[in-house]
Ligand binder design. Sequence first.
Ligand code: DP6
Length: 360
Amino acid sequence: MTDTQFIPKSYSKNLDNGQVSWQSPSNIALVKYWGKYGEQLPKNASISFTLSNCNTKTSLRFKKKSTSESFTFQVFLDGKREESFEPKIQKFFERIEAYIPFLKAYQFTIETSNSFPHSSGIASSASGMSALALCLVSMEQQMSASENTKEYYSQKASFLARLGSGSACRSIEGDLIVWGKHPDIEGSSNLFGVKYPYTVHANFKNYQDTILLVDKGEKQVSSTVGHDLMHNHPFAEQRFEQANNNLSQLLPILESGDLSAFIKIVESEALSLHAMMMTSMPYFILMKPNTLEIINRIWEYRAKTKSNICFTLDAGANVHVLYPETEKETVALFIEKELSSFCKNGEFISDVAGFGAISI
Ligand code: DP6
């Protein structure tokens, strides 16, 4: 399937005005996407758990305009105009215009709110961009006779979300999503995320993710800049190969439910991602002292109790604590007693693998 697949031929219905709304979740990668080429295409394949509780609700109100020379839109966060979001949306609209040709014909009001505090350090780009992409696809669906399948629209939403933020393409469905062409995964594509197509052991059902909010400030280095530093990075090629190998190794693990093998890959991926940041030029560190404190406590607890708890990191200082549902009560006690003191204001968010976005 190529990009032209998502260019609509024509629309059969006229829409003057209306509103569409979606709630879309964040996701946490097990094998990380770090490094891209062309127009938001990943240098290696990645896989993530879609989350549930960390999500963005977006309503898109639209009204036909008399002229169609430029994009007309305003963004509101929690009811307040948020002009700082607008350049990113402008860029997104420019990238997707070929696939959503009616963008300049409407005046849009985008109203968005996150279930997590904006200052939590949790990136809202995956949930936010996927929610907006879904709203646009819903609009398109209303303008079209029912010639396209549900699968087509969901793939198109993922394809568009990718052009807003790479990892956003893994937030449309759940609970395990692969993005990036991988020889071992049938149907995988660089253009959009696909549901993991093979058997998954019960150990990985309702996998828990408690997000420890270590640092709630703005990151010193954005993901976009970080990705860019993978060009001419001395270890880039090895890293892309390592990620693809890790994904290959994960397949039999997901099937057999081998949690200790799972932990090794997931933690190694998190540290490899941060190792890439530390060995970029210019180099940077997103972890904070408490990130390392937490990692060490997790390792001690695991050694002492034989728990299957592990950690992963995204591009920031917060720690995602991952564990099977069967350990929910015991790990909750451990987090409350031993880890929460390393979080800003003792704050953390309890989340669980979920099944993707919903129309609201
Ligand atoms: C570390 O998707 O935020 O979370 O495509 O530039 O918007 P852009 O980057 P983004 O990068 C996410 C990187 C990551 C790993 C991952 O989610 O796979």
